[in-house]
Design a protein around this ligand. Structure first.
Ligand SMILES: [Cu+2]
Length: 158
């Protein structure tokens, strides 16, 4: 194999790995004195990313089902609630998700955040919640394509 072919194969492999490593982790230090109004504006979150809330007692991370509940700090219909001190969400579809602390008047005081998740190119907005197979299939297809191109380059240069 020529040095050029090796370099090209390595380049294709690196591109495939970069695709897999593109998901980001974000950390929100969750406190009653925090101001999260513009968090989403300064933190771009994409499908596949994970956001971790870190905090101590007495805080909670509750996911609220709607903007109305978020605005009103209404926890009656909370989708989930956690108080373990480390609450992670990995977003598998685009859209806006709403989180707030259910303790005392913390939410009304500003301990709430709306996270806007932007879609990845391989992701359809119609993908049902909880379906993580679709993006993995996309990545697998890209990997296969990358390997195919690599093999073709190998054949061309050997
Ligand atoms: Cu709180």
């Amino acid at each position: 194999m020529s040095a050029l072919a090796k370099a090209l194969v390595a380049l294709v492999a690196m591109a495939a790995v970069a695709e897999l490593a593109a998901a980001k982790n974000h950390t929100i230090r969750w406190s009653a004195s925090g101001n999260y109004g513009d968090w989403s504006a300064s933190n771009a979150v994409s499908v596949g990313d994970t956001v971790v809330f870190t905090y101590g007692p007495p805080h909670t991370v509750d996911e609220l089902p709607s903007e109305a509940d978020y605005t009103a700090c209404s926890f009656a219909g909370a989708v989930s609630s956690d108080s373990t001190g480390s609450t992670a969400f990995t977003f598998d579809r685009p859209g806006t998700r709403y989180f707030a602390c259910a303790t005392g008047s913390h939410c009304a005081g500003g301990q709430k955040v709306a996270i806007t998740v932007s879609g990845a190119s391989s992701q359809s907005p119609a993908t049902p919640k909880g379906n993580s197979a679709a993006p993995m299939a996309g990545i697998a297809a890209k990997l296969a394509l990358g390997l195919g191109v690599g093999a073709a380059l190998l054949a061309a240069f050997s």
